[in-house]
Ligand binder design. Structure first.
Ligand code: GLC
Length: 429
């Protein structure tokens, strides 16, 4: 156990040192050649290409005195958060711009790592963004993060296969199991459903949706009540376990992050997928075996409950320790502008945080499903917006993973998860 923790710490430290070294080398080369102000920002490697291809170049052309140094980090959001957190805790953080997942603001703001940006945008300017994305950037009434892009969990299905077999896309988890079985029996597909089951933040994002679909809840942010040991939670886990036990999902799903599930679905191996909208342009790319064969819909539920789509998304803040807050604000203004967002979305298929872009003619002609996506965003469910979110999520990830991989019974795992969460939240009151 101790060895494992040491190993984990070593690999985190290694990652942190590598990132730090690349920043130091970059800063030295900049200083030697007396280059313009450099703004450092850390991002998941998965999200980097559309930044590098377009909007950073545009920004730098328009602002020759500023350069953006994009540092590519691990793809799991929680690992990225660990890197930002260790940099801030160690002091003298190298980051100017803070590229934040929707669930980080309360923690980063409570720790005092961010500048308050509340007075920089008028009410009208803020009203152009989806309210839930803006909410994700507030903490105790102040605004620390401007939404750069939204994100929302969606259910993908193979339209071609369903048509051939005479099925409508499923509405309920029960339909999903039934249709998957039948498609498999007919030899139309090898697997039914793929979802993110690895122990990481994506597991929590996927699970809040299933939980909502079963009428359960994780933590009520207003009362801090914990719902993990309620019968609805156990039913949600039973459904996920059924998908594996009944051969509808491959056993490997409990080790999959977003990219493993996308590749699986895109190779034509599965009929259904839970993921984020970034999958759409990739699955419809020229060399994709499922190009033109997929549809999306909101996440499923049980009869009588509404399906929940998890609200994800990324926004930009300014590190309090930054020596270049003025330049950082310029960058935020540009990256969250309508023009930059339009280009970013056309490149990457991400979800806009600006409402007008969901029906923007250029965007809709490339992504006809965007007006529908706005409906899904408006109904999205938040992971609990509380300052202790990172620890709360870590508890859920550990015990849920133990239940899904049969290391603990769901009952024991969720009782432990619920009481650990209650202890944590009581301590933080
Ligand atoms: C996506 C979402 C983010 C979420 C992450 C989980 O990047 O935008 O909110 O935490 O996936 O893997």
């Amino acid at each position: 156990m101790l060895e494992k923790i040491l190993q984990k710490l070593k690999s985190r430290l290694g990652m942190f040192l590598a990132v730090l070294l690349s920043i130091i080398l970059f800063s030295i080369s900049q200083a030697l050649s007396q280059q313009p102000v450099v703004l450092n920002m850390l991002i998941t490697a998965l999200d980097a290409p559309p930044w590098k291809q377009g909007i950073i170049k545009d920004f730098e052309t328009k602002n020759p005195g500023i350069r953006i140094n994009l540092i590519e980090g691990p793809n799991a959001a929680n690992l990225l958060e660990d890197l930002y957190t260790s940099a801030f805790i160690l002091g003298d953080s190298p980051y100017d711009l803070v590229n934040m997942d929707v669930i980080w603001t309360p923690k980063f703001a409570a720790a005092g790592w961010l500048l308050d940006l509340g007075d920089r945008l008028t009410k009208e300017e803020l009203a152009a963004f989806s309210p839930k994305d803006v909410e994700g950037g507030r903490y105790e009434g102040k605004l620390y993060r401007i939404p750069m892009r939204s994100d929302v969990g969606v259910f993908y299905y193979r339209e071609d296969l369903l048509k051939q077999a005479g099925y409508q896309p499923p509405d309920t988890f029960g339909d999903l199991l039934k249709i998957s079985k039948s498609l498999k029996e007919q030899g139309k597909i090898n697997w039914g459903y793929v979802w993110q089951g690895r122990q990481y933040e994506g597991l929590a994002a996927m699970f809040v949706e299933v939980l909502e679909g079963f009428g359960g809840f994780w933590v009520n942010p207003a009362t801090l009540e914990v719902g993990l040991d309620k019968p609805e939670t156990l039913k949600a886990i039973a459904f996920l376990k059924d998908t594996i036990q009944e051969g509808i999902s491959p056993g490997g799903v409990t080790t999959y992050q977003e990219e493993e599930t996308r590749r699986f679905f895109q190779s034509g191996e599965a009929a259904f997928l839970r993921s984020w909208p970034y999958v759409w342009p990739l699955a419809n790319s020229e060399d994709s075996p499922i190009k033109g064969k997929i549809g999306i819909k909101p996440m499923l539920s049980t009869p009588g409950n509404s399906g929940g789509a998890c609200l994800g998304g990324w926004g930009l803040g300014i590190a309090k320790s930054s020596k270049h807050p003025k330049e950082a604000w310029k960058a935020i203004q540009y990256f969250t502008s309508e023009q930059a967002q339009r280009q970013f979305i056309l490149d990457a298929g991400f979800v806009p945080s600006r409402r007008s872009l969901f029906t923007d003619p250029k965007i809709v002609s490339k992504y006809p499903h965007y007006p529908k996506l706005l409906e899904i965003v408006d109904r999205a469910v938040l992971r609990p917006p509380i300052a202790q979110y990172a620890q709360t999520s870590d508890i859920l990830q550990r015990y849920l993973s133990a239940a899904l991989t049969n290391r603990m019974t769901p009952e024991t795992a969720m009782q432990a998860a619920a009481s650990e969460t209650r202890r944590l939240l009581a301590g933080g009151k």
